[in-house]
Design a protein around this ligand. Structure first.
Ligand SMILES: Nc1ncnc2c1ncn2[C@@H]1O[C@H](COP(=O)(O)OP(=O)(O)OP(=O)(O)O)[C@@H](O)[C@H]1O
Ligand SMILES: [Mg+2]
Length: 223
């Protein structure tokens, strides 16, 4: 029997900024096929927690394992390759290049990871079709919701083990927010990955399999 490591396993994570303990001995686990919502006051360290999962912020102590590898111990090169292979990220404003087409914006993530051109574009187009994003024109001409779905497609193109989303619905109107949230929380079941969503919106958080709140450096489970 093979035992698969959790998609994300954080143990004893501690991170200080100046004399403030931003993340204080945190433990967290998310398995494949499951979603977790992280809420908490502005400035409480939610984005920093995601940065630790990406290996972009080195904690003072603790381990942050993604797909069984501790991101805090990898060399820069191994970290970049592990990140490309196992992590997909969606930010609030999508971080897309407006002058490219949606399929170029999605394919670029695969091309940078060394996937051949034909496969990168075929995968990009399949995902955009699945997510209902129109293919003609440049990304700058899309609506907010369509752009956000393009960002989701880009996060998924490498079939990541773990998808991290930081305020993915923050810039959207209520109806679009619901469409994007429906689609996000459908992802773990449909694609077998784990999903962590940082959000200020209780309606979005309520759709996750589990909810935690970050406050004064500690994680509190919510139901
Ligand atoms: N590199 C840094 N240097 C100094 N302070 C930082 C740095 N990165 C983050 N901080 C501080 O750490 C705190 C947590 O920031 P973080 O962005 O993680 O909060 P957040 O919970 O995501 O907030 P929001 O909900 O507003 O996005 C903030 O007070 C921020 O100013
Ligand atoms: Mg933040």
């Amino acid at each position: 029997m093979t035992v698969r490591a959790p998609a994300l396993q954080i143990e004893g994570l501690r991170y200080e900024i100046g004399d403030r303990v931003l993340l204080d001995d945190l433990d967290l686990q998310v398995s494949a096929g499951h979603s977790l919502a992280v809420t908490g006051p502005s400035g409480s360290g939610k984005s920093t927690l995601l940065m630790c999962a990406l290996g972009l912020v080195k904690p003072d102590s603790g381990t942050v394992s993604v797909a069984g590898k501790d991101m805090t111990r990898l060399s820069a090169r191994a970290l970049a390759s592990h990140r490309r292979r196992h992590l997909g990220v969606v930010f609030q404003f999508g971080e897309l290049l407006p002058e490219l087409s949606p399929s170029e914006n999605v394919a670029i993530a695969a091309l940078l990871a060394g996937v051949d051109r034909r496969k990168a574009y075929a995968d990009a187009r399949d995902l955009l079709r699945w997510l209902g994003v129109p293919e003609q024109g440049t990304t700058g001409l899309l609506s907010g919701g369509e752009r956000q779905r393009t960002a989701v497609a880009r996060a998924l193109v490498m079939e990541p083990t773990l998808v991290l989303a930081d305020e993915p619905t923050g810039a959207l109107d209520q109806r679009t927010r619901e469409t994007v949230a429906d689609l996000l929380f459908d992802i773990p079941a449909r694609r077998g990955c784990a999903l962590v969503v940082v959000t200020h919106d209780p309606a979005v958080a309520g759709r996750a399999d589990a909810q935690v709140s970050l406050d004064s450096g500690r994680l509190v489970e919510r139901s």
